[in-house]
Write a protein that binds this ligand. Structure first.
Ligand code: GTP
Ligand code: SPV
Ligand code: MN
Length: 601
C-alpha cells in the first residue's frame, strides 16, 4: 500500500525543539519504539516551522494552495471520503469498570484497550515522520489552563493544532521540568484511514488519549473534543470546575453595561453563529463580542461562575456561512484559514452551498470530482469545516486572554426541535435549569456520522463528550449550583421550531439578538414573563420584535406550550431517565415529577 504520510526531512534548526521534561521525553521514546517512525519532529510552533510544513504539505498534496489574492495564506485539505465527521460508534471511554464510563458512553476496559491499540500502533509510523506537538488549552496565565502533547503522523493535524491551540514554546515553558507535572498524553496515527481500524479512545485515569485510523478534525485534533471536553469533564469533576460544550459571548448595552452568556447547543446547532451574532439595525448601540465558539471551562469565584475559552481558533461548519448569515465568520475566514472538504473553483477560490453570490459554473467538489450546478452531489461536504485563528474575528472580546475568565450571567441550553419546544423560556431556579439541560434533545446533524434529523436526548449538548458517568455529571451540575451564591440564570432556546408549512418560524441568526435581549433583561430584573408549566415564558410584548417582519400567529406558535406535545415530551423525559438505569440523581427525578404535576394542573 502507498504510504499516505511519507516522512519529511527538515533542515537544521527546524523540528528540534526537544522539551526538558524527562516525563515527556520518556513517553515520546516509548511511543517511538512502538510506532517506529523514520524520524521525530519536535514542534516549536514558530512561523519558520509552519512555512516549512506548509511547503512539504503542498509537495505531498496534503494541502492545495488557494488563490493568494482572494484568500491570502489559505489552504484546502480533502480528507478521505470515508472520514468526514466524528464517529461516535468507535469513540470509547476506557475506565477500569463499565460504571466509570456510565450508560451513555461506549466503554472498553482500559488494559485490554491499551493492548489492542498498541497492537495497531506497532510499526504504524514506518517511513513516516512522528511529530510531537506541545500545546496549552486556556489563556497563558489562567489557573484552569492545561498542558497537552499530541504525537501525530499527520501534517494536517500539526498545521491545524497551530491554529486551534496555543502551540509550541509556550507549552514547554508552562510545563517546566517537573517530572510530576500534570499534562495530557495524546497519540494519533492515521494508520491507513480504514473505518474498520478507527478508534478514538480516552483513558481519563491516565490523562491519555489514543486516536487511530482517522484524519478528520474532531477525531484527531486531540486538544478539542478529546482533551477539552471528554478528559476535561472528568478532570473538572475531580477538581471542582466545569468543562462544557458551550460558546461564550459578551453583550454590551448602548450604556456600556456588559454581561457574558454561555450557551450549549449540540454540534452544528448554531454555537459559532450565535457567538458571532451581529444585532439587527433596530438594536443600535448594542455590541456582541466572542470569547469562544465551542468550549467553555468554568470555575467558581466569589460565588459566581467565570469562564475561559480554552481554544485559540475556530473549527467551524462552512456550509450556510455567508455575509448574510454570519458576516463576522466570513471576515474571519477571508485569510489565514485552513479549509477542509469544501469545493475548489477554477480560479482556486473556495465555494460551498449557501455562500453569497451565484454558484460557480464549474468547480471541483470535496471528493476531487468535477462539479457543476446541475450535479446531484453537494459541492462541499455538509460537515466541511474551516480552521481559523480567533484573532481573525472582528468581534473578538477584549477579555479573551484574561486568565480569571469572564463572569457568566446566563447559561442557555438549546437544540434543534421542529416542534414542542418554545423559542425561549427560563428555568425557575438552578436545579430546574439542570433539569432543562439534562432532558434537552436535538435532531442529529452531519457533524457526526449516522442518520441526520433524528431527535435524540443530548444532555447539556454533552452526550458525545461527557468523559464519565452521566449520572455523576448531573450530580456535579447540581453540586456546583449549591456552591454558587450568585448563580447564572438558566434558559432554553429553540431557533428551529417549524410551522405547519414545514418552514422555520423564526428568522434566526442576527435576529436571535431579540431573544438574547430578553435574557439580558431577565438578568437585569427588568424583563417581563409569564409563569408556564415549563418555566418562565416571555409574552409577545416582552420580546422586542420591532422592525421584524413576522406575523402574530408565528410569534404565538413560537412561544406556545402545547399541552399534548408536552405530555409526549414528558413521557420522553421519563423514558430517557429510565434508560439510564438508575444513575439519575433524585433531585432530577423530583424535577420531572414537578413538571408532571404542573402539566396536570
Ligand atoms: P459545531 O461546530 O459542530 O459544534 O456547530 P455549531 O453549534 O457551532 O453550529 P454553527 O453555528 O456552525 O451552525 C450550524 C448550522 O446551523 C449552520 O449551517 C447554520 O446555517 C445553522 N444555524 C445556525 N444558527 C441558526 C439560526 O439561528 N437559525 C437557523 N435556522 N439555522 C441556524
Ligand atoms: C462538533 O462536532 O461539536 C464540533 C466539530 O465542534 S468537531 O471538532 O469535529 O467535533
Ligand atoms: Mn462543537
Amino acid at each position: 500500500m502507498k504510504n499516505i504520510a511519507p516522512a519529511i526531512f527538515p533542515p537544521n534548526g527546524i523540528g528540534d525543539a526537544r522539551p526538558a521534561n524527562q516525563g515527556v521525553l520518556d513517553w515520546v521514546h516509548e511511543i517511538g519504539k512502538l510506532t517506529k517512525p523514520e524520524n521525530i519532529f519536535w514542534c516549536d510552533g514558530s512561523e519558520r516551522e509552519n512555512e516549512f510544513l506548509i511547503a512539504e504539505s503542498l509537495k505531498q498534496n496534503v494541502l492545495i494552495k488557494l488563490n493568494e489574492r482572494k484568500v491570502p495564506r489559505s489552504y484546502l485539505h480533502r480528507s478521505n471520503p470515508n472520514d468526514v465527521a466524528r464517529v461516535e460508534r468507535v469513540t470509547f471511554i476506557c475506565t477500569p469498570t463499565k460504571e466509570g464510563a456510565g450508560p451513555t458512553n461506549n466503554w472498553s476496559e482500559a488494559a485490554d484497550t491499551y493492548s489492542k491499540l498498541y497492537g495497531l500502533l506497532n510499526g504504524a509510523m514506518r517511513g513516516r515522520t512522528m511529530f510531537v506537538v506541545p500545546y496549552i488549552m486556556g489563556p497563558p496565565d489562567s489557573p484552569l489552563t492545561k498542558v497537552g502533547f499530541e504525537i501525530t503522523d499527520s501534517k494536517y493535524v500539526v498545521l491545524s493544532m497551530r491554529i486551534m491551540t496555543r502551540m509550541g514554546e509556550i507549552a514547554l515553558k508552562r510545563l517546566g521540568d517537573d517530572p510530576k507535572a500534570e499534562w495530557n498524553r495524546g497519540v494519533h496515527s492515521l494508520l491507513d484511514v480504514d473505518p474498520d481500524r478507527r478508534f478514538i479512545c480516552h483513558f481519563p485515569q491516565d490523562n491519555t488519549i489514543i486516536s487511530v485510523g482517522s484524519g478528520y478534525g474532531g477525531n484527531v485534533l486531540l486538544s478539542k473534543k478529546c482533551l477539552a471536553l471528554r478528559i476535561g469533564s472528568y478532570l473538572a469533576r475531580e477538581q471542582g470546575w466545569m468543562a462544557e460544550h458551550m460558546l461564550i459571548l459578551g453583550v454590551e448595552s448602548p450604556e456600556g453595561k456588559k454581561h457574558y452568556v454561555a450557551a450549549a447547543f449540540p454540534s452544528a446547532c448554531g454555537k459559532t453563529n450565535f457567538a458571532m451574532l451581529i444585532p439587527p439595525r433596530h438594536f443600535k448601540g448594542w455590541k456582541i463580542t466572542t470569547v469562544g465558539d465551542d468550549i467553555a471551562w468554568m470555575e467558581i469565584r466569589d460565588g459566581r461562575l467565570f469562564a475561559v475559552n480554552p481554544e485559540n481558533g475556530y473549527f467551524g461548519v462552512v456550509p450556510g456561512t455567508s455575509y448574510k448569515s454570519n458576516p463576522n465568520a466570513m471576515r474571519s475566514i477571508e485569510h489565514d484559514t485552513l479549509y477542509t472538504n469544501v469545493a475548489l473553483t477554477d480560479d482556486s477560490d473556495v465555494w460551498w452551498e449557501g455562500k453569497d453570490g451565484a454558484p460557480p459554473k464549474h468547480a471541483i467538489d470535496w471528493r476531487g470530482n468535477d462539479w457543476t450546478p446541475d450535479s446531484k452531489e453537494k459541492a462541499a461536504h455538509p460537515n466541511s469545516r474551516f480552521a481559523t485563528p480567533m484573532r481573525n474575528n472582528p468581534a473578538l472580546d477584549v477579555d479573551v486572554e484574561k486568565g480569571e475568565g469572564v463572569p457568566i450571567s446566563a447559561i442557555i441550553f438549546g437544540g434543534r426541535r421542529s416542534d414542542t419546544v418554545p423559542l425561549v423560556y427560563q428555568a425557575f431556579d438552578w436545579t430546574h435549569g439542570v433539569y432543562l439541560g439534562a432532558t434537552m434533545a436535538s435532531e442529529t446533524t452531519a457533524a457526526a456520522t449516522g442518520a441526520v434529523g433524528q431527535v435524540r436526548r443530548d444532555p447539556m449538548a454533552m452526550l458525545p463528550f461527557c468523559g464519565y458517568n452521566i449520572g455523576d455529571y448531573f450530580q456535579h451540575w447540581i453540586d456546583i449550583g449549591k456552591r454558587l451564591t450568585n448563580p447564572s440564570l438558566i434558559f432554553n432556546v429553540n431557533w428551529f421550531r417549524k410551522g405547519t408549512n414545514g418552514k422555520f418560524l423564526w428568522p434566526g441568526f442576527g435576529e436571535n439578538m431579540r431573544v438574547l435581549k430578553w435574557v439580558i433583561d431577565r438578568c437585569e430584573g427588568i424583563g417581563g414573563a409569564l409563569e408556564s408549566p415549563v418555566g418562565w415564558l416571555p409574552s409577545p410584548h416582552d420580546l422586542d420584535l420591532e422592525e421584524l417582519d413576522i406575523d402574530h400567529k408565528s410569534v404565538a406558535d413560537l412561544l406556545g406550550v402545547d399541552h399534548e406535545e408536552w405530555q409526549k415530551e414528558l413521557a420522553e423525559h421519563k423514558k430517557f431517565f429510565d434508560s439510564l438505569g438508575g444513575v439519575v440523581p433524585d433531585e432530577l427525578e423530583k424535577q420531572r415529577e414537578n413538571l408532571e404535576g404542573r402539566l396536570a394542573e
